[in-house]
Design a protein around this ligand. Structure first.
Ligand code: FE
Length: 179
């Protein structure tokens, strides 16, 4: 593993966040930093790229000591999928290997959630989530026959954030915290 790339990303993002940037700035400058990190798939350690047979796997790669951000690798076995969920903080999803499909959902007047336009993300692509515009989504491996891996960056220590999963039809919500 080349420790260098992840460390460079973490340092550059910490410096950017130190300037208290707007979310728009995070989604331009920070996004560029994440694009640089994922442009060549040669740095993620084997230990953090193994899928689990039953569920999508998450490995914490870095947690900022001041809880300003965290970096997690998501490893998707064939066909694996999240429930409908929110984040409550900004998030960037950088595709490292394979393809993921991210589908935003929007609350409707009757309490249900309606799917928007999905993004099928190829390697090198960065998708975003934001509590102010598009915080609720479903993410799944777009492949039924291979592993996909993405690098998720959140504007908090995501392991400490209280958030929700939703039933898209009834709108019923349930609290959860990532492990
Ligand atoms: Fe998500």
């Amino acid at each position: 593993m080349q420790e260098g790339k992840l460390l460079t990303f973490v340092k550059e993002l910490a410096i950017l966040l130190e300037s208290k940037p707007s979310e728009e700035m995070i989604f331009t400058k920070g996004k560029k930093l994440l694009e640089n990190l994922i442009t060549v798939d040669d740095w993620l350690a084997e230990d953090f790229s193994k899928p689990h047979p039953q569920y999508y796997q998450q490995y914490l790669l870095y947690a900022d000591p001041l809880d300003r951000f965290s970096v997690v690798s998501f490893v998707w076995g064939p066909g694996q999928k999240t429930p409908l969920h929110n984040h409550t903080v900004w998030g960037m999803i950088g595709q490292l290997r394979g393809k993921e499909k991210g589908t935003p959902y929007y609350p409707q007047a009757d309490g249900s959630y309606q799917a928007g336009e999905p993004c099928v993300c190829p390697p090198g692509h960065v998708d975003t989530v934001s509590p102010s515009t598009h915080d609720i989504h479903v993410v799944e491996n777009n492949h039924l026959d291979q592993t996909s891996i993405s690098i998720h960056v959140y504007g908090a220590n995501i392991g400490k954030v209280q958030r929700h999963v939703y039933d898209p039809v009834s709108g019923l919500e349930k609290g959860f915290v990532s492990e």
